[in-house]
Design a protein around this ligand. Structure first.
Ligand SMILES: [Zn+2]
Length: 337
C-alpha cells in the first residue's frame, strides 16, 4: 500500500531521528561537501528502511546531519511576516529552481517519499523544513494509513470554488516531528486535529498563508501594546470526519478548517487559559474578542492578499472567547456584534 518511506517519515532525513547531533556551526561549506553530506544522509535513510535502526541507532555516530544540510532559503518562502519556516512541496506549486536545489540536496527518492526535510539556512542561521506530502490518493476507505480522515466535500459534489477542491496531499506528522517549527511562533503539532490521540502518524493540512497571517497578528498585537508571546490555537486543521461530528454545535459543512487555512485562536500572555483582557476593563468577555478582531482587520488592511474569514465566538462553559481566522482569499465576517 505504501512505500517504505511513507512509514518512516522519509527515513534518516527526518530531523526527528537525529535529535542529539551537534548544533549548527555557522561555517559555509563548499557545495561539493554539502552534496556529499546529502549522499550520506541518503545511505543512512536506506539503513533505517532496512530495519537496522534500534533505540541507539548506529547511524547516530556521524558528526554531521540534517543540521548541516545547507540551503539558502529565498525570502519569498518566508512569507509577508518573514517568519515562515516551512513549505509543503506540492509538485504544481514548487518553482523548478527550488526543486532542483532540493533534489541536489536530498535526492529524488527521499524527496518523493513523504517526510520532513530540514535544511539550515546559512544566512538566517535558522532551520527551514520542506514537507513532502503523502498523496491524497493514498486515502482508502476514509483513512490514510491508520489515521481516519473521512471524505472531503469535493468527493461527493463539485467544489464551489478553487479553494474547495481536493487537497494535493497531507503532511505526515509523527510523534517525533510534531515539534517542527512551521514559523517563529508555531509548530506542526499545534494545528493537528484533536482526535485519535494515540494514533500516529497523523495527517495534516496546513497552508503557509494561514501561518503567515497568524504571525502578522502577533506583530499587530505587539504594535498595539499587548503582550503576545504567541497565540493559542484552540482548533487548527479538522479532518472532515472530525468536523462532521460538530455540525450540530455550529461547525459548517464547508468549514475552512478542513483545508488547513483556518484556526480558532486567542492570545493568552498571562497563561490563564483564556483570552487576555485586551480592552483593559478587567473582564474577559466578547469585548476582548472584538478587540482581537480589530487587530485582524488591521492585518488584512495592510496585507490584502491574506484576506479571509473572521468569526467571533463568545465564551461558553469550557472555553473563553476566541476568534476564527482564515486565509480563504475572500473577505467574510460572522458573529461580530
Ligand atoms: Zn473556526
Amino acid at each position: 500500500m505504501y512505500g517504505a518511506g511513507f512509514q518512516h517519515s522519509g527515513g534518516g532525513l527526518s530531523s526527528a531521528f537525529v535529535p542529539s547531533l551537534p548544533s549548527f556551526s555557522p561555517v559555509l561549506m563548499p557545495a561539493a561537501r554539502t552534496r556529499r553530506l546529502a549522499l550520506n544522509c541518503a545511505i543512512v535513510g536506506a539503513a533505517w528502511v532496512l530495519g537496522t535502526a534500534a533505540a541507539e541507532p548506529a547511524f547516530a555516530k556521524p558528526t554531521v546531519g540534517v543540521e548541516d544540510t545547507l540551503l539558502v532559503v529565498p525570502d519569498s518562502l518566508r512569507g509577508l511576516s518573514g517568519a515562515i519556516r516551512f513549505m509543503a512541496l506540492k509538485p504544481d506549486r514548487t518553482a523548478p529552481e527550488q526543486l532542483e536545489s532540493l533534489l541536489d540536496l536530498f535526492g529524488l527518492d527521499a524527496l518523493s517519499s513523504p517526510g520532513i526535510h530540514r535544511v539550515m539556512d546559512p544566512v538566517s542561521k535558522e532551520p527551514f523544513s520542506f514537507a513532502s506530502l503523502v498523496p491524497f490518493t493514498e486515502k482508502q476507505d476514509g483513512k490514510v494509513g491508520v489515521y481516519r480522515v473521512g471524505r472531503w466535500p469535493a468527493e461527493v459534489r463539485r467544489p464551489r470554488s478553487e479553494a474547495y477542491r481536493l487537497p494535493a496531499g497531507f503532511i505526515e506528522v509523527t510523534e517525533e516531528n510534531q515539534h517542527t517549527q512551521v514559523s517563529t511562533h508555531f509548530t506542526l503539532g499545534q494545528f493537528l486535529t484533536k482526535d485519535q490521540r494515540d494514533v500516529w502518524p497523523k495527517m495534516l493540512l496546513l497552508d503557509e498563508r494561514l501561518v503567515d497571517k497568524l504571525e502578522l497578528i502577533i506583530v499587530e498585537l505587539r504594535l498595539a501594546g499587548h503582550k503576545a508571546p504567541g497565540l493559542n490555537v484552540l482548533s487548527g486543521f479538522r479532518t472532515p470526519q472530525y468536523n462532521a461530528r460538530g455540525k450540530n454545535s455550529g461547525r459548517a459543512t464547508d468549514s475552512r478548517h478542513q483545508y488547513g487555512d483556518a484556526a480558532d485562536v486567542f492570545v493568552d500572555a498571562d497563561g490563564n487559559g483564556k483570552m487576555d483582557d485586551l480592552n483593559g476593563d478587567k473582564r474577559i468577555d466578547t469585548k476582548d474578542a472584538l478587540a482581537f478582531v480589530r487587530i485582524v482587520e488591521k492585518v488584512e488592511q495592510k496585507y490584502p492578499s491574506l484576506v479571509g474569514g473572521v468569526g467571533l465566538y463568545r465564551a461558553v462553559p469550557g472555553h473563553g472567547p476566541f476568534v476564527h481566522v482564515d486565509a480563504r482569499g475572500e473577505r467574510i465576517r460572522w458573529g461580530i456584534p
